[in-house]
Design a protein around this ligand. Sequence first.
Ligand SMILES: C[S@@+](CC[C@H](N)C(=O)[O-])C[C@H]1O[C@@H](n2cnc3c(N)ncnc32)[C@H](O)[C@@H]1O
Length: 348
Amino acid sequence: MGSPPPGTAISDLPPIEPDTARSNPDAHQHDDDAGYETDGLSRTSTSLASSIRNYSFENARRYHKFKEGRYQFPNDEPEQEREDMKHAVAVHLLEGKLHLSPLDRPQSILDLGTGTGSWAIDISDEYPEAEVVGVDLSPIQPAWVPPNVKFLVDDAEAAWLNPPDSIDLVHLRNMSTAIKDWPALLARAYTALKPGAWLEIQDFRWAFDCDDGTMPDDHAPAIMVTTIAAGLSKFGVDLHVATTLPGRATAAGFTNIVHTVRRVPVGPWARDPALKTIGLYTRGVIYDGLQAITLGPLTRGLKWTPEAVELFLVKVRKELMDPSVHSYVFFHCLCAQKPLGEEPGPGR
Ligand SMILES: C[S@@+](CC[C@H](N)C(=O)[O-])C[C@H]1O[C@@H](n2cnc3c(N)ncnc32)[C@H](O)[C@@H]1O
């Protein structure tokens, strides 16, 4: 078994070069503010009891019912479309790869917080001999899936039923919005992985940065993500956990930690054509999800009224589309290997 490609330190990353030809603000009209269909109730998973197919509703958005209140974001059709767009962005950021961990004929892959199941389904195509299990609080995965994929409604932070030393890859993506107890989750992953197998955690770190002074201090989208982080912290969720995960994985006993970081432009302002497309999609992911990503953390966590959230979003919407602001976020990918030897991880 090899190693993941070398990782990156943020300080080694070159700045994103802006596309100086794009100077006409009127040329960047947002055209995907489309109406939503919200009849996603027809989507069900193959292995579910009917009781956990229920949903709860709040502020005209649909949320998971199983362990209600555990996760602060909706699971309705518009949110699923947005998650699939984020899936496409993440795969593009890794040059078309679903994972960076070196896998050798994996037999067992576990995807925690699988969402719409897009990653799980794609990896089951890549490794048809592997059994892929996607776990989520919401039964929003398609019914018709490849025979080597199974979806389960469960809480990834509850005790795992997987036998020790049984999994070749434990994967989590975009779960910084959800996980409360990372040390416990890393310890469970360590136990469940085979010796020599890999844990891979991919995540955007939602804090806006800028290198060329074009982002004002009071940039509303940047304030929005800071406010979301404050709201999530009320539930014990650290939105910015990505930077501390390498240290946490080491503390959990993992070795060969490879941390890969990418700058992700927000908006199509980069000169590089691939980054320009990624930036356009990333901005779309944020713009289309403004209500979804703010309502839970701000109303449930910070006790804002829904009206105050909507008012705030008017400014965010406008400033997010400002082409003169060259903001970006980071995408992190952590690969960590369970040692090949017999040594138990700390706390086992
Ligand atoms: C931001 S989405 C990411 C989906 C998927 N990993 C991806 O990258 O496309 C987070 C998902 O995690 C699920 N989730 C949140 N907390 C969870 C938990 N404790 N156990 C299982 N799933 C959880 C949510 O229901 C949601 O579908």
